[in-house]
Structures are given as C-alpha cells and as structure tokens.
Write a protein that binds this ligand. Structure first.
Ligand SMILES: NC(=O)c1ccc[n+]([C@@H]2O[C@H](COP(=O)([O-])OP(=O)(O)OC[C@H]3O[C@@H](n4cnc5c(N)ncnc54)[C@H](O)[C@@H]3O)[C@@H](O)[C@H]2O)c1
Length: 420
C-alpha cells in the first residue's frame, strides 16, 4: 500500500499541529486553508502558531509530504480528511457556516471508503444532522455504508509545553462501528491514547462539558474574588489553602475575564442547543457568562480607585498594560479581556502603552503603543497593570520600579502592589 493521504481543512491553531503530526506519522498531508496569506507563509516555512516552531514546519516541508494549499481540488483521492475550521458566535448564536462551506467544498472529492472527521467544537448533533447530509449530497455517497464519518474533539492547549496533541488522550467517535474503527485507527497513529465513545453526539457533548466546566468554575472564583475584596479577605491565599485538600477540590484562579475563542463561546453552543430543542435555559452558563463578562469593568473600576488613592485621575494618566493576549505565553488576542480593559481605560482618557512580547503588530488595538518592559517605562507609568502574566516578563523589575501595580494574576508582591 502507498503512502496514505491526509487532508486537514483549516491550518490554524488546531489544524497546523495536526498536519505536522500527520507528516511525522508518515501521511502525505494536504493542508487546505482559504486564507491565501496563511498558505503563502506556510509554504515559505513561516509559522504563525507558537507551538509549531519554524524548524518543525521546515522539517515537514523538507519531507515533501506537506502541501499547504488554498485549493480543494488538491484533496482528490484522500484517505482521511479532518475538518478544523472555526466555530464562532454571530450575534450570540452559533455560526456553523465554516463547517457548511468546508462540507460543500470537500463533498465532490469524497471516494468510497474514505474517512471524514470533524474536530471543530460544536453542539451535539452537528456531525450527523449538518455535516452528513452536506457530504452525502455533494458526493452522491452514503454514510454509514459508502464513506466513514466521525467526530473527535480537539483538546489543544496553546502554549502548554506539557500537554501536547500527541500525549493528550483523544476522544473518538463514528457514525457506526466501522466508522469508529477507522477514526480510532487514524488517531492511534497521531496520539498516544484514544478514548472511543458510542456516538458522535457523546463526543460533541464531551468537549462542551470540558469547556462549560471551566467557564462556570472560573466565574465562581471570579465572583468570589470580587466579594472577598469587599470583605477584606485575601482570596488568593484562601484558594491556595483550599487547594491543599488532596481530594474533592480543583483549583481555579480569578482573572480579568475570559477570552480566546473557546471559553466565552463553546458553552453558548450548548445553551443555544438546549434552548432550541428543549425551550429551556441552561442557567449555569448564562450566569457564568454574565459574571465573566463583568470582570474587565471590575478591573477598570479597581484601577481607577487605585489611581485615585495615589492622587491621580484616570483621565490623562499614563498606564502600562502587561500582556494583551487572552492567555499567557501566547500571542492570541481573540476576545482578550485585555483589549476590553484597554478600550475602557482609553475611553476614560488614559494613555495606554503595552508590553506584549508575542503580539502580531496588526492585532494591536488602535492608539496603543507596544513597548519593551524597561525600568524607564515602569517609572513613567502612573499604573502598571498585569493583565496576562507571560512567563518571560521580569516581575521583580515590575515590583522594583513601578509606582503602583494592579495585578490581576497574582504574580507580584510588594507594598506598591494591589491584587485582584
Ligand atoms: N485554538 C484552540 O485552542 C482550540 C482548542 C480546542 C478546539 N478548538 C476548536 O477548533 C476549531 C478551529 O479553531 P482554531 O483555533 O484552529 O481556529 P483558527 O482560526 O486558528 O484556524 C481556522 C482556519 O480555518 C480556515 N478556514 C475557515 N474556513 C475555511 C474553509 N471553508 N476551508 C478551509 N479553511 C477554512 C481559516 O482561514 C483559519 O486559518 C474551532 O471549532 C475551535 O473552537 C480550538
């Protein structure tokens, strides 16, 4: 048998690492992305995903078995295709149009016995009710029977050096037993451990449970942080103390709000599906969203009060924001609370400079100058705000030189530091 052909649709945070693993596992990999500039950069060996260094991409290109492209025609004759396109919200409701487009474009290139797997995070039922009919209509083939269809949620955690694609267990599912065997067999070549489940719906729900669990627990601890501040109790120390219990407790840390395109979005896919099919509210999700959405404003209020204590109005003051990304050690600014905090402070008349070592220049908010973390910048700022605590920043320098630090991440200690 010749080299098997793997197609990965979407070459972003999820698709690119999968394509790289595919090459390393011996597949001939076609990486399809409609974004021409991304494909050009990949073709020239430039990675925009922090977890994929340029040398790893270079090695994949060097094998001659990685082909980034914008053309669906290059999918022809594939053995396995994995779809990793975005699933955002549009006006608060799931936007599955990227999955629809991918299904319609891929359909004509299906052949008997091939396997198609959806990885995009989505509501239970998407693979069976939305993707299957699109693929069947466009290909003239049936699943189950003529092609295999499955769902396997992505658990990639950008910037996490310990848990990577290959050593994180992967939940796998198929439309029938034969599809499950194919999907499972594929991922056994990609990851160390697979977790087969009975249906695509179970696999879709598993992913939403994981992210809803995080969203709700972060909201719980955020609300506690706000209340503890008013009660005059150190919430960080209380959490650390609670976390010494070896069973029945899992530690979550407060923060300036949630961002990225998982936590604020995925639970809404579930609550939307519950509302749509049962006519009921998923109350935990609604409450968690409300609380987490209020955190940027809470941070702004605390900074204003802190500046006031130092005899400065926020209007006209100079602020230094540390970390614009939504997550530490990454440059991903999608829905970052730092952007919301910056915008609100600017509206109040503050001049904002930011330290963001991972930033891509075109993602920096208007009116914000990105600077290096230096003694001079810290001394010049009326307030330094730790929003996203990248490990590469020197927090000792921050405490030593800043006039007033508002720390939303518990990274700094000192008389000039106020923690969330
Ligand atoms: N980033 C994460 O940490 C993460 C983790 C788990 C799950 N997910 C889920 O994985 C999915 C993809 O997320 P991502 O972070 O990789 O997104 P991304 O935006 O980084 O990448 C998606 C890519 O798909 C491309 N694309 C869009 N429509 C296309 C089409 N019709 N054909 C070909 N390419 C197309 C886009 O140009 C983009 O490059 C989402 O459902 C997300 O919720 C993401």
């Amino acid at each position: 048998m010749g080299v098997e052909k793997l197609v990965v649709i979407g070459q972003g945070y999820v698709g690119l690492p999968l394509a790289m693993r595919g090459v390393e596992a011996g597949f001939d990999v076609v990486g399809i992305d409609l974004d021409e500039s991304r494909v050009k950069r990949l073709t020239s060996g430039e990675s925009f995903v922090e977890d994929i260094p340029a040398d790893r991409l270079g090695r994949a290109l060097g094998t001659g078995r990685y082909h980034p492209t914008t053309e669906y025609a290059d999918a022809a004759g594939f053995d396995v295709c994995v779809i990793t396109v975005p699933t955002p919200l549009r006006d608060g409701t799931p936007d599955v149009s990227y999955i629809e487009q991918a299904g319609v474009s891929l359909g004509p290139h299906l052949s008997r016995g091939c396997t198609v797997i959806l990885e995009s995070t989505t509501y239970p039922g998407t693979t069976e009710e939305l993707l299957r009919p699109l693929l069947e209509t466009a290909s003239g083939l049936q699943s189950p029977g003529e092609f295999h269809l499955g769902y396997s949620p992505e658990r990639i955690d950008p910037g996490n050096p310990r848990w990577r694609l290959e050593n994180t267990p992967k939940v796998v599912s198929g439309m029938d037993a034969a599809a499950l065997r194919r999907v499972d067999g594929f991922y056994q070549r990609i990851v160390q451990r697979t977790v087969p489940v009975d249906s695509t719906r179970v696999a879709e729900l598993a992913k939403l449970i994981e992210n809803t669990f995080r969203q709700v627990n972060i909201a719980l601890i955020n609300e506690l942080a706000v209340l503890s501040h008013e009660l005059g109790v150190d919430v960080w120390q209380a959490i650390d103390a609670a976390a010494t219990k070896p069973f029945g407790f899992m530690s979550f840390r407060p923060g300036p709000g949630v961002g990225g395109h998982c936590l604020p979005i995925d639970p809404c896919y579930l609550s939307w599906q519950v509302k749509r099919t049962l006519g009921r509210q998923f109350r935990f999700v609604e409450l968690a969203n409300d609380i987490n959405h209020e955190m940027p404003e809470h941070v702004v209020q605390r900074i204003m009060t802190g500046l006031n204590r130092h005899g400065r109005p926020v209007n006209g003051s100079q602020l230094l924001i540390l970390g614009l990304a939504y997550k530490k050690n990454t440059g991903d600014m999608r829905d970052s609370p730092a952007i919301e905090i910056t915008r609100r402070l600017q509206l109040l008349g503050a001049r904002v400079r930011a330290v963001e070592p991972y930033a891509e220049p075109h993602h920096i908010p208007d009116g914000v100058e990105v600077v290096d973390l230096t003694e001079r910048e810290l001394r010049a700022a009326d307030a330094t705000v730790v929003v996203t605590d990248h490990d590469s920043l020197d927090y000792e320098l921050v405490v030593r030189c800043a006039r007033y630090v508002f720390d939303a991440r518990d990274r700094c200690r000192g008389d000039n530091v106020e923690r969330l």
